[in-house]
Each structure stands twice: as C-alpha cells, then as structure tokens.
Design a binder for this molecule. Structure first.
Ligand SMILES: Cc1cc2nc3c(=O)[nH]c(=O)nc-3n(C[C@H](O)[C@H](O)[C@H](O)COP(=O)(O)OP(=O)(O)OC[C@H]3O[C@@H](n4cnc5c(N)ncnc54)[C@H](O)[C@@H]3O)c2cc1C
Length: 412
C-alpha cells in the first residue's frame, strides 16, 4: 500500500504527536507512523507550574505548591516554583485527540527503511506500507536509527526506580513534595555515587516514591536503585502496605547532537533534546513543535524538500542552542564523577543562585553567555577540591565540549 503526504512523522511519543499536530494545524497533510499509536505511554511526567499551560487543564493530576529539597540535613529548601504531576493516560488521550482533530492520519507499523531523493522521502514499514512524503520528521525516541550524529557520545544515563506505594502514612504535608532528598547515604557511605528520593504524594496513603540517579556514566543499575529505595524507606520509617505500580526509568543523557545538514529532521529525544542537566524534555517538545512546523511549512512554500529540512533543523537546533547544550554537557560530564558529599555541595551552590538564574538553568532559557556566567558563579561558589576536579575535567575529557561551546562566534 502507498500513502502520500506532506510530512511523515516517525513515532507517536509526546514529541511525535506534538510536531504532527502542529504541522497539521498549519494545513499540511501529515501521516504519523508508529507501532502503537493508540496505546498510552508509561512514564510518569512532571512539569514546573509555569509550563502547565502547555497541556490541557484536565491532564494535571496534582499540584505541589511547596516542592522541597533536602541536601545533608533535615533543613529543607523550598523551591519558589510550584510543580505539577501529569496523568500520563490523560496526556496521551488529549494529545492523540488533538492530533486526530487536526487531521493527522496514523499508520500502525514500525519504520524499517528510509530514503531521500530530490522530490521527497520514501519511508517503508514492516507491515509493507510505503509512505511518500516531502519531509520526514524522526521522533522515534533516544534509540532512533535514522539520524546521523556528530561529536562524542557519552554513555551517561539518568536511571530511576519508582513505585506508586500505598503506605500507612507519609511525612509530606498537603501541597508538599520532595523534588530531591539527598539525606540518606546508602550504607552510611558519604563517598558513594549519589542518588536521591523524588516523592509525589497522591493522597494521605498513596505516594509515588522514586530513587533517582540524576546522571551517571555508566548508568546506575536499576537493581541498585531498587535496593537503595528499600533501605531509604526503612530509614525514614515509611511502612509500605502495597505497591500498585513500578516505574523502571532510563533516560539517555549523553546522545551526541544530530548533524543539522541531513534530510531527516529530528525532534524530541531522537534529536538529543533531553536536557543534559535534568533529563526533562516534555515542555521543550510542546513549546518548540509549532516553531518547527512553521519552518517546515514555510520551507515547503518557498523551496524544495531540502529547503524545508534545513529550515526545520534551524528551528530545532539554532546555533546558540547548540552552544548552550555543549556547556550543559560539560557540566553533566563533571557531575557524573561526583560522589554524594560533593553532589550535596554542588547543589548547595546551585540553590544559592537567585531564583531567576535557577529557572533559566533548569528550563534552558538562558543565552550561552548567561549560562556561562551562571556556571562560573557555581564554580567560584564550589569548594577548592571541586574546583580542581572541574579544572581537570576542562583540560581533559571535557575540553571538546568547551571548545564547541566557545566556537562559532563565541559564547554569546
Ligand atoms: C520513565 C521516564 C520518565 C520521564 N519523566 C519526564 C518528566 O517528568 N518530564 C520530562 O520533561 N521528561 C521526562 N522524561 C524524558 C522525556 O520527556 C521522555 O523520554 C519522552 O517520552 C520523550 O519523548 P519522545 O516523543 O521524544 O520519545 P518517546 O516517548 O520515546 O517516543 C518514541 C516513539 O517512537 C516510536 N518508535 C520507535 N521506533 C520506531 C520505529 N522504528 N518506527 C516507528 N515508530 C517508532 C515509539 O513506539 C514511540 O511511539 C522521562 C523519561 C522516562 C523514560
């Protein structure tokens, strides 16, 4: 069977549905190809409340007015931004419904090959469907097979083991959550590789509890995180009555940036859009989908499929954003080597930054120059041993990222 369209989108995760819907809303004929477009997703997604308007109101499952951070002691820091937990089922239903309403057609199959010529692209699926399109957007996630990348991959992952637990009682007040709780040292070892507790209470007897290794290379194994979670909950005196769901999370954090000269346009985790400092990506995909769709529509209106792909890549990875990512990747690679004690000191310096800088760091809205200045303040606020570790990293394996960040017109 042959299907013709303007834009073929590979993948029906949040990034795929967002960009497919935005393209269709501009009048483009869009086909989304994925093996499971009608099945809901599994990750538990959260957003900062200033990003909550990116999703429909009914997608929000809970709001937390007081996200807390605990470093080494029982004195909590309260973050100024509220946080929201999304219902994954309702997020999928809402995004899928919007895609269908905008006219996106779905092909339920896996892409098996992809080729380009002067008139467009040819996508073949394992079910024998051929899709002829002007432009192809690859939103097939971090395991994408269709994008060429440049630079060095880091085997860095965020891993987390989470449970939706029924508990006799939990320590969180109404509206309170744990964004990061670093109080417990596994086995009492302050030099251990760090992990923290991310906890979102659902009601008085149910709480989502996730032991998270922010970023490690190689990844912290899920069995280690599962054992750490059990040890931590015992130390907190938190009695689990039943476990209703388990989340095994692994987020690739060190994917190289895709080459922006290729005909296949990348979007979402496939295009390395996962934030190297946080592992977040959902808000960025929702925010940028209309820009990328606009670039494709304009490119097709004035030029060839190759023109449209170039314009789309400029919207996904404009040069300043690529420089920003090199700086983040430099910081991430350094963080991979920190033990628990040093990680606590790093976050002490981070949470001492003013709220505006923290937000710009977390949602990647700083310019490269602003990010460099924030990172310099973190450096000067860190203890001498940490500074020395960062200098060694900057002269060693992190040199390439710094050079990339500073090239193409400098960090500005
Ligand atoms: C457990 C977990 C929790 C997370 N929590 C958050 C969070 O709270 N906030 C946040 O911002 N980010 C979070 N992330 C990070 C990121 O936002 C998610 O990974 C997000 O799902 C990435 O979206 P995506 O659409 O790019 O890729 P994916 O969600 O991975 O979707 C990829 C799609 O491509 C399809 N596909 C793959 N191969 C093919 C093929 N050959 N042919 C056709 N289709 C194909 C898949 O079936 C799927 O539909 C989390 C990630 C995980 C794993």
């Amino acid at each position: 069977m042959m299907v013709r369209c303007d834009v073929a989108v590979i993948g029906s995760g949040p990034a795929g549905l967002a960009v497919a819907t935005s393209c269709a809303a501009l009048g483009l004929d869009v086909v989304c190809i994925a093996p499971d477009p009608w099945r809901s997703w599994t990750p538990n997604y959260g957003l900062w409340s200033h990003q909550a308007s990116l999703v429909d109101e009914d997608v929000i499952a809970a709001r937390y007015a007081t996200p807390r951070v605990w470093l080494g002691t029982d004195d909590a820091l309260t973050l100024p931004d509220a946080y929201v937990k999304l219902s994954t089922f309702r997020l999928h239903r809402s995004m899928h419904g919007r895609a269908e309403a905008a006219g996106v057609r779905f092909v339920e199959s896996e892409v098996s090959s992809l080729a380009h010529d002067e008139v467009g692209s040819l996508v073949r699926t394992s079910a024998g469907v051929t899709v002829r399109s002007a432009v192809v957007v690859d939103a097939s996630g971090a395991g994408s097979r269709w994008l060429e990348r440049s630079g060095d991959a880091l085997d860095a992952h965020q891993t987390a083991y989470g449970v939706l637990a029924e508990v006799a009682e939990h320590p969180y007040a109404s509206g309170e959550m744990s964004f990061m709780d670093f109080r417990h040292a596994p086995g009492g070892d302050e030099r251990a590789a760090p992990s923290f507790l991310y906890a979102l209470p659902v009601d008085g007897n149910h709480v989502f509890l996730e032991e998270t290794a922010l970023v490690r290379a190689p990844a912290m194994p899920l069995e280690v995180l599962e054992a750490r979670l059990a040890e931590r909950l015992a130390a907190m005196g938190l009695r689990v009555v039943a476990i209703h769901e388990v989340e095994r999370c692994s987020i690739a954090m060190g994917l190289e940036l895709p080459s922006t000269a290729q005909r296949t346009v990348g979007f979402g985790a496939a295009a390395s859009m996962v934030h190297p400092a946080t592992g977040y990506q959902l808000a960025a995909a929702l925010e940028r989908a209309p820009e990328v769709a606009g670039a494709i529509a304009r490119g097709l209106a004035i030029g060839t499929p190759a023109t449209a792909a170039r314009a789309a890549w400029d919207a996904v990875w404009p040069a300043p954003r690529a420089r920003l990512w090199s700086l983040y990747r430099f910081g991430m690679a350094a963080l991979c080597g920190f033990d628990l004690a040093r990680t606590r000191l790093f976050f002490e310096a981070f949470f001492a930054l003013d709220a505006k800088d923290r937000r710009r760091y977390l949602d990647a809205s700083a310019s490269p120059a602003e990010l460099a200045s924030i990172m310099a303040r973190l450096f000067w606020g860190a203890p001498l041993t940490t500074q020395w570790q960062l200098i060694r990293h900057g002269m060693g394996s992190g040199r390439a990222e710094l050079w990339r960040a500073a090239s193409l017109g400098g960090i500005a």
